[in-house]
Design a protein around this ligand. Sequence first.
Ligand code: NAP
Length: 248
Amino acid sequence: MNLTFKNRVAFVSGAGRGIGREIAIKLAEEGCRVICVSKNPSSCGRVAEEIKASGACAEALPFDVSKPDECKSACDAVLKNYPQVDIIVNNAGITRDNLLMRMSDEEWNDVISTNLSSAFYITRNLIRPMMRNRWGRIINIASISGEMGNAGQANYSAAKAGLIGFTKTLARELAPRNITANAVAPGFIETDMTAALPREIMEAAKANIPLKRAGQPADIAGIVTYLASEESNYITGQVISVNGGLGM
Ligand code: NAP
């Protein structure tokens, strides 16, 4: 299927590695001008250079999405350079796993601010021109942990479930402006995030997946690109699970 993109401007957080990198590359291949965000300048810088080397358009924008002030100044800078951002992909995320009784305030707060509050700060700061333009796509990367819960991830599951509620509310608020908002909930995807898991946990997880394997970043980038295209114009407020059948 050929997807339609009309020289859109896309903002992708967590574009330095893993799933976000793949999303940024795929949107750029479709002709979007992609603003690649990561915390470390080197990771989003590398991805933006890779995209530019392929002849497509990208720029690197390193900042900490968990900090409201940094979100405000980064988004203000973006809106000085572009009339509006058309596609927002809130993908940046971290894990700080621990059992509830051992979980520190810091582990809780770091995950909530990076995985949930960041989507609020970024979307709020970029939304006005998108609303005026009466076209937009907001795609939030949630997780199967936010749909089902996961032992050791009270912070992460709460943040991802919160992101789903946030998405559904945006879908209702912004529908009159022709802006759709959807969440994508990956299962186990092979990235640096899952590489940090002990081997036996990863093997046990794969054994529970009906497709018997982990997913790849491209499996997520494909559906995100579809949700960002013109063709998805009647899909809003949905959570698309991409998990090899885990948790069906
Ligand atoms: P990853 O490989 O660890 O990459 C995370 C990206 O987010 C990096 O580019 C990182 O920046 C960026 N980031 C983290 N904290 C940030 C901050 N405070 N400010 C700015 N950028 C920040 O992760 P991934 O596996 O691709 O995961 C991407 C998203 O998918 C996350 O939201 C994750 O929760 C979700 N997800 C992943 C899986 C999975 O199995 N992998 C499953 C379900 C959901 P740097 O490069 O600068 O460090």
